[in-house]
Design a protein. Structure first.
Lengths: 242, 580
């Protein structure tokens, strides 16, 4: 598999009221095309910061991020936005759907941004929502959907442009165990179709579904192992309960 | 409980200083305009009284066809003093701009009652002529100028004077002048037979209407007129009437804008303080009591604004009453009638209370548990208008922004109303200017010189208010939607597109509202023109000028919203999404 994403010696320091807080300290990470990588670690270890940096949502204090051979940490905001709209999809713990748009319109949004016609965007969005089992909820406002349904809409939005990489920050973190299981199943299906996934999670079941688990601790890579047959992985810390 | 509610209200004012200051500014401006509208007519009262005293004014001024009839009135019951009958006629004055009719009185010495009061030169005509002061000003004449009348009579201007019974020229038209009897007899009357006036002073001035009524009752209809001192005063003070009419119109516009802006600000605050409202309800306040906290807050600000507005309005009123002072002795004075404070306070507080109540009554009725758990109110349901916009072939930023703006129907409508009224005020000003410009050269306008200045000043104030309010509303929108902007960035909107989701819907709303403002402004102008007693059809501003109103409005709205839009464009997606 070829490298889709490479982070080299990545560091991020936040200035919180004059006090520097090191969130990441020299992280190296390579994600290959088609890979499912789970990033684990205790709260505050730098999981979300790592995802934000590799997805171009934030800029590193040091180090570099390469996406398919192109260095992206120095791109302009506009160039990064264009990269995100075509090649990256995001799934968040709190869904982050636009409350004034219907479920369907939320999914259409990235399609319209890439120049897809309105009719085609509508058709694709409906198809995606149907594939994710919520075809009948397309016209509903996000506030009228359950957490699991909202996360499905978010997943459909992330997958709409068939991005090279789907980045998820605790995608099951705010769901009940039934919904979490369903969303994980959908992520696995997407991975089964060749989708590259990079997910930060506390959920052992998500980690167990991944090809590789990268464990962070205190802003550094503590462990990076490819999972074989001996699943589930043995975690170096106590996972938070679902 | 009342004390607790008042404390909560004042705590709300203290913690929201910027919004409170904006509400105070808006309400105080509206209050000042209301006070100006009612005070400006009264500031001339004292100068008129002074003029009446100096002239030894007539309690009843009768105009009769003959000297004999005039003398008969001198001995009427209740009359304690009477001036000698004064003949009057209209003559033609030749000026550079053409003939000008002038009503001439022929004096035999200084009248005992209703004597012209000197402003410049002398009030005794001698071999010359004394011009009424506002007539001299309007024609640009002064002491020493020589006038030529029909028939070739030439007279030097020896003075200017005022009289409490003569209103300002050209509203009182023809203008008035005084000559002595020999000169009067040498002038060539302009068609009419002339008449005689007799000035009467009464033992009981309050009986003037009864005496005047009795004079009219005993004469053939149309042959006699009689003016009481009360009528003389109200005619003199009517010079401020156009100003009062304009001020009243702007007061209504300002109160409507205040209503809309306060409803938006308070409504947004109620949404933002969803969790705090939930806490208040959790400790035992009913939804009505929570609404009351907001209402008390607005009423408190309204009362302070009324006092500030009253002070400003009362102080500014004499400056506006300049036209009246031209026919009176001395300058208009500060009236500061406490009843006007009550009027302003009642109107402003009523508007603030009503807008606050309407904006908050529904936003205090929700599940306490939901408020405490989520900390935010349920998002608005998608409106029909928003769904319609979604079908339009517009770009993603406008489609997303418009759907968000229109999701809050009430806010969008209120904002559109405020923009439309502001635009209408400008259409009004442009039409007024067009009417003034359409007057033939040399024709003296009866529009007070202060009127256009007043209208443009009020338009400027309205514009500043509209921009400040729009900025505040856009900043509120930014705060409410910060998380959405973060989401839009992650989905792939560029900073420019993110900014456009904020600016473009406001620009679209402004475009629609400002186009509507044109017919509203024209209707307003026509209504005021008719109410002011304008003759014929009013002149409306040209389409070119009218078209400028929507264009300028949209540009201003874009400029005002581009500040928060830039903030939205540069907000870090990570930071705003982390706030969850």
């Amino acid at each position: 598999m070829t490298a889709l994403l490479e982070a080299c010696d990545l560091a991020k320091t936040y200035d919180t009221g004059g006090l520097p807080v090191v969130a990441l300290n020299g992280v190296d990470l390579t994600v290959r095309r088609g890979e499912f990588v789970a990033v684990m670690g205790p709260s505050g270890c730098g999981k979300s910061t790592l995802l934000n940096l590799v997805a171009g949502l934030d800029r590193p204090s040091a180090g570099a991020v390469w996406f398919e051979g192109e260095r992206i940490d120095q791109l302009s905001e506009t160039a990064l936005a264009r990269l995100r709209r075509r090649r990256l999809g995001f799934v968040f713990q709190f869904f982050n759907l636009l409350p004034t748009l219907s479920a369907e319109a939320n999914v259409e949004l990235p399609l319209l941004l890439t120049g897809t016609s309105r009719r085609e965007a509508r058709r694709t969005a409906r198809g995606l929502l149907a594939d994710l089992g919520i075809g009948d909820k397309g016209r509903s406002a996000p506030s009228r959907l359950s957490g699991g349904q909202q996360q499905r809409v978010a997943l459909a939005r992330a997958l709409a442009n068939q991005p090279d990489l789907v980045v998820g920050d605790e995608p099951t973190g705010n769901l009940d165990s039934g919904s979490a299981r369903e969303v994980l199943g959908l992520l696995r299906e997407a991975h089964g179709r060749g989708q590259t996934l990079l997910l930060a999670t506390h959920d052992a079941r998500v980690a167990a579904a991944a090809d590789r688990v990268v464990t962070l601790r205190d802003g550094r890579v503590f462990d990076d192992r490819t999972l074989g047959a001996a699943r589930p992985v043995t975690l170096p810390f106590d996972p938070e309960p679902l | 409980m009342t004390t607790t509610l008042v404390r909560l209200a004042f705590s709300g004012i203290r913690t929201r200083l910027l919004a409170s200051a904006l509400t105070l500014l808006l309400a105080a401006t509206a209050a000042a305009t209301v006070v100006l509208a009612v005070e400006v007519g009264q500031t001339g009262r004292e100068p008129w009284d002074r003029t009446f005293a100096a002239a030894h004014g007539a309690h009843v001024l009768a105009n009769v066809p003959s000297e004999k009839a005039a003398r008969a009135l001198q001995s009427r019951q209740g009359v304690v003093e009477a001036g000698a009958p004064v003949p009057e006629t209209t003559v033609e004055l030749r000026t550079g701009d053409g003939p000008e009719p002038v009503r001439i009185s022929g004096l035999s010495g200084r009248p005992r009652v209703n004597a012209p009061v000197r402003i410049a030169g002398t009030a005794t005509p001698g071999d010359g002529i004394v011009l009424e002061h506002s007539l001299a000003s309007a024609l640009g004449l002064g002491v020493g100028d020589r006038l030529t009348f029909a028939g070739g009579v030439r007279l030097p201007v020896v003075g200017t004077a005022v009289l409490p019974s003569v209103a300002r020229y050209p509203r009182s038209n023809p203008g008035v002048a005084w000559v002595d009897r020999p000169t009067f007899d040498s002038l060539q009357p302009l068609g009419d037979l002339g008449s005689w006036t007799v000035a009467l002073r009464l033992a009981d001035p309050a009986a003037a209407p009864r005496v005047a009524g009795s004079i009219l009752a005993h004469a053939p209809p149309g042959s006699v007129s009689a003016q009481t001192w009360q009528e003389q005063r109200s005619v003199a003070l009517m010079d401020a009437q156009p100003l009062q009419l304009i001020l009243a119109m702007y007061a209504v516009v300002l109160l409507a804008v205040v209503f809309a802006v306060v409803a938006i600000l308070v409504g947004a605050r109620a949404l933002e303080q969803h969790r705090q409202i939930g806490l208040l309800k959790a400790v035992g306040l009913t939804p009505r009591q929570v609404t009351l906290v907001f209402v008390i807050e607005s009423a408190g600000l309204g009362l302070v604004a009324a006092v500030l507005g009253f002070a400003a309005g009362a102080l500014l009123a004499p400056l506006l009453a300049g036209p009246s002072s031209e026919t009176m002795l001395g300058s208009p004075t500060v009236a500061a009638n406490p009843a006007h404070l009550v009027v302003a306070a009642a109107l402003v507080v009523l508007v603030l209370v009503l807008s606050t109540w309407l904006a908050t009554r529904r936003r205090t009725r929700f599940s306490v548990l939901h408020a405490l758990e989520s900390g935010r109110s349920a998002p608005p349901s998608t409106s029909l208008l928003a769904r319609l916009v979604a079908r339009l072939p517009v770009g993603v930023p406008l489609a997303v922004g418009a759907r968000t703006l229109l999701a809050g129907r009430a806010r969008a409508l209120l904002l559109a109303g405020a923009i439309s009224l502001t635009g209408a005020a400008f259409v009004f000003a442009l039409s007024m200017q067009a009417s003034l410009d359409a007057q033939p050269a040399g024709q003296v306008s009866d529009v007070p010189a202060e009127l256009p200045v007043l209208v443009y000043t009020l338009d400027g104030v309205l514009l500043l208010i509209a921009i400040a309010s729009l900025l505040a509303i856009a900043l509120l929108g930014l705060r409410e939607r910060l998380r959405d902007f973060g989401v839009l960035k992650t989905v792939g909107l560029t900073p420019r597109q993110v900014a456009s989701t904020l600016v473009s819907p406001y620009a679209l709303l402004a475009a629609i509202a400002s186009v509507l403002s044109v017919p509203v402004g024209v209707a307003l102008y026509v209504a005021v023109y008719r109410a002011a007693g304008g003759d014929g059809d009013p002149t409306i501003a040209s389409w070119t000028w009218l078209a400028l109103v929507p264009v300028a409005t949209v540009l201003l709205v874009v400029a005002a919203t581009s500040v928060p839009a830039r903030m939205a464009a540069h907000a870090s997606a990570v930071d705003v999404l982390r706030t969850e």
